[in-house]
Design a protein. Sequence first.
Lengths: 287, 264
Amino acid sequence: MTKHSWAQELLRRPAGVAAAAWIVLLVVAAVVSSVWTPHDPFDTDPYSAWQTPSLNHLFGTDGIGRDIFSYVFAATRTTVVVAALAGVLASLVGIGLAALGSLTARWVRESTAVLIDILIAFPTILIAMLLSSILGGSLGVVITAVGIGYGVNIARVSRGEIRRVGRTDYVLAARASGVGSAGVLGRHILPNVAPVFVVQLSLAMATSILAEAGLSYLGYGASASTASWGRLLNDLQVYIAIHPGSVVWPGAAITLTVLAFNLLGDALRDATDPRLRARRATSEAIA
Amino acid sequence: MSPEAAGLEVSGLSIDIGGRRVVDDLSFSVATGERLGLIGESGSGKSLSILSLVGLAPADAVVAGSVRLDGRELVGLSERELARVRGRQIGMVFQDPLAALNPLHTIGRQIGEPLRLHEGLSRRDALERAVDAAAEVGLPDPAQITRLYPHQLSGGQRQRVGIAIALACRPALILADEPTTALDVTTQAAILDLFQRLVDERGASLVFVTHDLAVLARITSDVVVLSHGRAVERGTVDGILRGAEHPVTQGLVAAARATTWRAS
Ligand SMILES: Nc1ncnc2c1ncn2[C@@H]1O[C@H](COP(=O)(O)OP(=O)(O)O)[C@@H](O)[C@H]1O
Ligand SMILES: [Mg+2]
C-alpha cells in the first residue's frame, strides 16, 4: 500500500462515495430550489388534492393540492442550513470545551469537566423546549439546541480522547525528538483525535436533521412559512391509512440523509486511519 | 568528573510524585563515548530517571538535583530550551516500538521529524535523509519501507525505526529504555548488535536501561543497580556476576543465569 490522500481513500469506498454524492446532491438541490422549483411549494389547489405521482407532480400532491416534490425539494434548503449551522456550532462548542478541559491549567480543566457533565444531563430536546418557550419556535432554536446539546457530547468524547492520546508513548517520543508543544498538539494529538471527532460531528449533523424534523413536527421548529421535511411528515401522517404513498417521500428523504451523514462519518474515519485502510484492504483480499 | 568535563553527569537526582519518593538521590556519570547500564527490577524507577534527564518526567513529578551535559545544567531549563536538546544532543529509544510510533505518520516522516526540527530540512530533504537512515539501521528496501506505516512493520523493524529516529541528528548521548524487552530473543540479539555497532561508529555515549543482566552484558560493562529508586550497587557486569553484594543484585544475577541456561 502506498500513500494516498484521505480524499482518494474516501473515493475508494462505495458507501462513502454514495453518502458523499447524496449530500452533494442535497446541497445542489438547496441552491437550485432557492431560485427554482417546478411548482410553488406552498401553492394550494383544492381541485388537485391527493394526486398520484405523474410527470407534472413527480411525488404526487397532498390534501390541499401542494406539489409534494416541490415542497420536499424546497425543504432541502432547511435541512442543509440546519445541518451545516448545527455542525459548525457543535464543533465550536465541542472543540472549545474539549480544549479547555484538557489543555489548560488544572483548575480550569477540572471545572470544565464538571461543566460538561452538568450540560450532558440536559437532553437536546429539553434545551430546545426551554429555548422555544422563551424565544418561540424557530430553526434558530433547533440549531442552537443541537449545537449545544451535541457540542457537549463532542466535547466529552474529544476531551477523553485528547487526554488518552496525550499520554501515549508516541507523544512522549515526539517530545523526546524535540517537538514543541504546538507541534505535539497539531501534528500528533489532534490528527489522532480527528477520527473520533469526525464520527461525532457526523452524528451531530444527522441528529440535527432528525431534531429539526422532530421539533418542527412538535411545533418547536420551522415556522409554517418554511418548508421542512418534519412538518410535511406531520401534515401527511394524519392520512397515512388512506394515502400511505405520500408519506414515503419526506420519510425517505429524512432517512436517507441521516444514513448518509452516518456513513460519510464512518467512511471519513476509515479513510484517515492507515490501520483501518489496511483492514479494509485485507477484507477485500479475502472477499 | 569536573563540571566542564564532556559527557553526562547526574548528581543527587530525586523525583517525588504525589508525595511519594520514587527516585532518591541518584548519581552517576558517563564520559563521552562511554556506556553505562542502569539495571533494576520493574518499578525501581529506571524509566522515570532517564525521562527526567531530558525534562520528560510526568507533569506532577517534582524533580530535584542536577543533570549536566558537557557541563551545561539541564534541570530547570525552559521547555523551549529543552526541546533544542532533545533529539539533537540526546536521543531516546523506547521500550515498546509500536506504541512509540505515531500510527498516522509514515516511517519516513517519523525519522525525518527530528531532522526537520533541528536541521531545518525541507520535507523532501528530510525524507531523503530518512531513507539513508533507514538503510543505516539495516531496514530492508529503505525507499519503500519509509513510505509504510508502523503497523505494517515487524517488531524488530519498528525498533530499528526507533533507533533511526533517536540517531537521526547524531546526538552525543543516547538513552535507551529497555529497547529489546518487547522483542523475541532472536530479534533482541540483532537489535543489540545494531546498537553496539552504531554507538561505536558514532562515538556516542549510551545509558542503557534494562532489567536483564544477560542483555546488559552484551552492551556494556559498567553498571548501576537500582532498587526502589536508590542506587544500591555499582561496578562491572563481571564483578557483579562474580559476587553481588545486594540481595536485589543477587536476584538479577540468578534471573540472568536462568535465562542463559534456557537459551543454551
Ligand atoms: N506517572 C506516574 N505517576 C505516578 N507514579 C508513577 C508514574 N510513573 C511511574 N510511577 C511510579 O514510579 C515508580 C518507578 O516507575 P518506573 O520509572 O516506570 O519504573 P521502571 O522503569 O524501573 O519499571 C513506580 O513505583 C511507579 O509506580
Ligand atoms: Mg520502565
